[in-house]
Every structure is written in structure tokens, then in C-alpha cells.
Design a protein. Structure first.
Length: 157
């Protein structure tokens, strides 16, 4: 291939890439990031140093188009300790402007739980900080959407 032909192909690919990227930006101007909220955690069976949990997550789709989730991972931190971690595969599409509650399973290492208990005993005040990080993969897009929810609550004394 001559230098002129090769340069033409490179320019064509560059223009095609620009059009593709700009069209994505045009379609997503009104896009809002979905929200994921922790609704409930229920302890299941334990085996050795692993404890299993059933976790209820509410997923909110604030957009007019449906949200297709091909997979997600989630991590719950309590007082900066990774306590619960899990993954879930493909789930039903969430219609536009709606929400669903999904039940997923997760696990923790009992040693992480012991570190959390130790940190609670060492620090007065009995306030528990939490952070739920959810990474959602949607459709064909290769980059996950990272959603953070955090806050704190007082433990009963």
C-alpha cells in the first residue's frame, strides 16, 4: 500500500472514531447515573472462615431508556474494613424511570469481621461508617459504571 493510500485509511479511521465518540456524547447528554441502595443483609450459612449473606439491593434507573445489566460487583465497607463482597451475573432489564429490588449473595471472611469488631471496641462513640461500592456493567459498554453510597449511623448503646 502506498503512503498516500495508507494515510487515507488512517484519516478515514480517525474520522469514523470521532463520529462514533461524538454520537455517544450526543445520545448521553440527558443520561443520569443509576443509583444502588443497600436495603437488607441477612446471614446465611457459614463454612470455615467464610460467612455467606443474602443482600437486597435497590437499583434505580432515573433515565427514560431501559437499563440492561450484564453483570455487577459490589463491596460493602464498614468503618473502612471490606466486610462483604459479591458478584452477580445478567439480570432482567430495568425499565426507564423505575426501580427494582434484587437479592444477591455475598460472602465475607470471618477475619475481616473480627478486625471490624476490634476497631469498634477500640473507638468510642459507636458510630458505624458504611460505604457500598457497586460496579455495574451495562450492555456492550466495556467500562463499568461505579456507584458509591456512603453514610454513617449510630449503634445502640
Amino acid at each position: 500500500m502506498s503512503g498516500l493510500g495508507k494515510r487515507g485509511v488512517q484519516r478515514g479511521l480517525f474520522i469514523w472514531l470521532l463520529v462514533l465518540l461524538s454520537s455517544c456524547a450526543l445520545f448521553d447528554q440527558a443520561y443520569e447515573q443509576p443509583a444502588v441502595h443497600l436495603v437488607k443483609i441477612e446471614a446465611l450459612s457459614s463454612h470455615g472462615f467464610e460467612q455467606r449473606f443474602r443482600v437486597d439491593l435497590k437499583i434505580i434507573n432515573p433515565n427514560s431508556s431501559s437499563l440492561s445489566i450484564s453483570g455487577m460487583s459490589y463491596t460493602l465497607k464498614l468503618n473502612d474494613e471490606k466486610v462483604v463482597k459479591g458478584v452477580s451475573g445478567k439480570m432482567s432489564a430495568i425499565p426507564g424511570y423505575s426501580e427494582i429490588t434484587v437479592q444477591v449473595e455475598a460472602s465475607t471472611n470471618i477475619l475481616a469481621g473480627l478486625r471490624l469488631i476490634s476497631s469498634l471496641l477500640d473507638k468510642p462513640g459507636r458510630v458505624l461508617r458504611y460505604e457500598l461500592e457497586t460496579k455495574v456493567r451495562s450492555g456492550w459498554w466495556p467500562v463499568p459504571i461505579t456507584i458509591l453510597e456512603s453514610g454513617d449511623f449510630a449503634l445502640p448503646q
